[in-house]
Write a protein that binds this ligand. Structure first.
Ligand code: UTP
Length: 296
């Protein structure tokens, strides 16, 4: 039986240069979709999948993330005094329990692979989940839960993948498939940011992983790759020589909230799907679009 996954790593040390000036003082992981910071949504997804320990790899200017997952005594007391019990309970529910979080620092943003490697001592020698919080995965059940179901059957390493138009593949890590055309398949190769004509498929690695601890050994020896950064994909290519990787075409929609269009789209999608706000928001949106001259 596959070893249970209890820990999830959230790399949040990137500079967020695509989202300046918003990310000058506010970490991009704290940008909100409707009323929730995207990092909270990633933690919610991990909890739903059974994760019990949340490991954040942070950097300078990111301490607000640590504060977000801490108890806010003054705020709680004020809400209590004002009888705002619904808000108080919601805050309490979002909070991981005492001892369920760890924070470590990536002192320089040397790349995603390096950020993951920074979590090695906290994760230890056990398989773990990795969630890139700026990739917002809208689905039921959540993306990591869908992946856990595959992992429980097959073990090994699992990645969520997603189809994109061919002319977009050069922006992402792309996987080679076993040709089965199934929703869950064996990954036969990976390449980081290929030219469209060199890409093995149009399935991109979309920000959710279940990885075996041997990835840390590969990362330890990994040279900088694309963009001069230590790339996780390069280390996974090494690991693929020793261990199986499965790809899962996630049933849902992905929004890249580190990108302005992705972020705006996520706010519209989550706003429309919101149980209380959906109706009034739809009406407001319709009005805005009409005033702007329609959609054509
Ligand atoms: P991105 O490439 O989207 O993040 O990394 P970035 O570098 O912050 O963004 P841009 O491209 O400059 O706008 C994906 C995830 O990996 C983390 C980021 O915080 C994000 O969650 N990351 C990236 C690190 O933790 N450390 C790094 O050195 C790079």
């Amino acid at each position: 039986m596959a070893k249970r996954i209890k820990k999830a790593v959230f790399p949040v040390a990137g500079l967020g240069t695509r989202f300046l000036p918003a990310t000058k003082a506010v970490p991009k992981e704290m940008l909100t979709v409707v009323d929730r910071p995207v990092i909270q949504m990633a933690v919610d997804e991990a909890r739903e999948a059974g994760i019990e320990h949340f490991v954040f790899v942070t950097g300078r200017n990111k301490s607000v993330i640590e504060d977000h997952f801490d108890k806010q005594f003054e705020l709680e007391e004020t809400l209590k005094a004002r009888g705002k019990s619904a808000e108080l309970n919601a805050l309490k529910q979002d909070l991981p329990q005492a001892g369920q979080t760890s924070f470590t620092r990536q002192q320089e943003p040397l790349g995603l692979g390096h950020a993951v490697w920074c979590a090695r001592e906290i994760v230890g020698r056990e398989p773990f989940a990795l969630l890139l919080p700026d990739m917002l995965m809208q689905g039921r059940p959540g993306c990591l839960k869908q992946m856990m179901d595959i992992y429980d059957d097959c073990g090994g390493n699992v990645m969520a993948v997603e189809e994109v138009p061919r002319d977009q593949v050069h922006r992402y890590g792309v996987v080679g498939t076993d040709g089965s055309g199934k929703r869950a398949f064996s990954i036969t190769g990976m390449v980081e940011k290929p030219a469209a004509e060199d890409a093995p498929s149009n399935l991109i690695i979309s920000g959710r992983y279940i990885l075996q601890p041997e990835i840390f050994d590969k990362l330890e020896k990994q040279d900088p790759g694309s963009g001069g950064e230590i790339q996780l994909t390069d280390a996974m290519i090494q690991l693929l020589a020793d261990q199986p990787f499965r790809g899962l075409v996630f049933d849902g929609t992905t929004y890249d909230c580190g990108d302005k269009i992705g972020f705006l789209s996520a706010n519209i999608a989550y706003g429309l799907a919101h149980p209380d706000l959906g109706g009034p928001f739809r009406a407001a949106l319709k009005d805005i679009i009409e005033k702007a001259g329609g959609l054509e």
